[in-house]
Design a protein around this ligand. Structure first.
Ligand SMILES: NC(=O)c1ccc[n+]([C@@H]2O[C@H](COP(=O)([O-])OP(=O)(O)OC[C@H]3O[C@@H](n4cnc5c(N)ncnc54)[C@H](OP(=O)(O)O)[C@@H]3O)[C@@H](O)[C@H]2O)c1
Length: 318
């Protein structure tokens, strides 16, 4: 393996976003160490088919709760993209074990492994879930990076994913301030876009269900959407730009569920779309101005939707 651009590690390399960032890094001539939980599992086969993967991608078996396995994967890397985290699509019966341990303790393990291996930069994939759950934010005011989800509110409302992402992100940024490790975080909203992996992740399921569940009624929620390819771009930008620091909200489109369905119906009239929408009072708005100032841009929503649907068809999911 010859390192042209440098050697970096991507945790959760086989997931929806992980696969796209691995693909992007390989295309830019990085040597990539990708962590997966079971390298022999066929669900990671797509990774080895990426261009330049045979020369520049090495998969490591690692679990977020196994510090030594993370050390082996991170050793020799100058940068780390910490993507791995459970993303539940239903309620979490045992939040301590299923959510908090991998998300919070797991992130701490990654940070310590980075420090031990003298990694220079870590990009932490957080979420708008760590931004938006804040009941004291003034209604109608656009949320920026200064807004944090309220941990106590997340806990009492049992939003364990939001709680875990908020805790993990704040600890990661704090760790960066105290150590020599440069830590920056990216907080994407709902990520849609084509899948490279063969399994269905939680946010892909949101769109798949809109297309085929045939809901009788659906809340007309405001959906804050970003394309998985644009999220991958943002992670690389934050990694490569020396001036990047702190948090970056990553979002492209705000669209009501009903308008999203109408957009899809115009292009694909024959799916089993929801029939009725219930109005809800929801005004959460977030801004990616800070990321755009760093040089980030995105393409039209229609492109995201068409490329998503075509990838689901190809994978036999529709
Ligand atoms: N999708 C969204 O809408 C969205 C929005 C905002 C932020 N995010 C963030 O983006 C990141 C990637 O999410 P995704 O949508 O790509 O989900 P995904 O496809 O489910 O990927 C999650 C990855 O985390 C890995 N993982 C989970 N628990 C682990 C553990 N204990 N040890 C090692 N690896 C573990 C999984 O590994 P296996 O392959 O071994 O299962 C998988 O690769 C997450 O940090 C998520 O919080 C996602």
């Amino acid at each position: 393996m010859m390192s042209l651009k440098g050697r970096v590690c991507v945790t959760g390399a086989g997931g929806f976003l992980g696969s796209w960032i691995v693909n992007l890094l390989l295309s830019k001539d990085y040597v990539v160490h990708g962590t997966v939980r079971d390298p022999s599992d066929q669900k990671y086969a797509h990774l080895t088919k990426f261009e330049k993967a045979s020369d520049n991608l090495k998969l490591f078996k690692a679990d977020l709760l196994d510090f030594d396995s993370l050390c082996r994967a991170i050793q020799g890397c100058s940068g780390v993209f910490h993507v791995a985290c459970p993303v539940p699509s239903t309620t979490v019966p045992n939040p301590d074990v299923e959510m908090l341990a991998p998300a919070v303790k797991g992130t701490m393990n990654v940070l310590k492994a980075c420090e031990q291996a003298k990694v220079e930069r870590l990009v932490f994939v957080s979420s708008a879930a760590a931004v938006c759950l804040n009941p004291s934010w003034p209604k109608g005011l656009i949320m920026d990076e200064s807004c944090w989800s309220n941990k106590e509110y997340c806990r009492t409302t049992e939003n364990w994913y939001c709680f875990a992402k908020t805790e993990a992100e704040s600890e990661a940024l704090e760790y960066g301030k105290k150590s020599g490790l440069h830590v920056a975080s990216v907080c994407p909203t709902l990520i849609l876009g084509p899948i490279l992996q063969s399994t269905v992740n939680a946010s892909t399921l949101v769109l798949l269900k809109l297309l085929k569940e045939g809901y009788e009624t659906l809340e007309n929620k405001l959906r804050l959407v970003v394309d998985v390819r644009h999220v991958a771009d943002s992670l690389l930008l934050v990694y490569e730009k020396p001036e990047a620091e702190g948090r970056y909200i990553c979002t492209s489109y705000a669209i009501r569920a009903q308008d999203l369905v109408e957009k899809l119906r115009k292009i694909y009239p024959n799916y089993n779309y929801p029939t009725n929408f219930i109005e809800v009072d929801e005004t959460t708005m977030v801004s990616s101005e800070r990321l755009q100032r760093l040089g980030w841009s995105y393409r039209p929503l229609e492109e995201t939707l068409v490329d998503s649907v075509e990838s689901y068809r190809k994978a036999g999911l529709l």
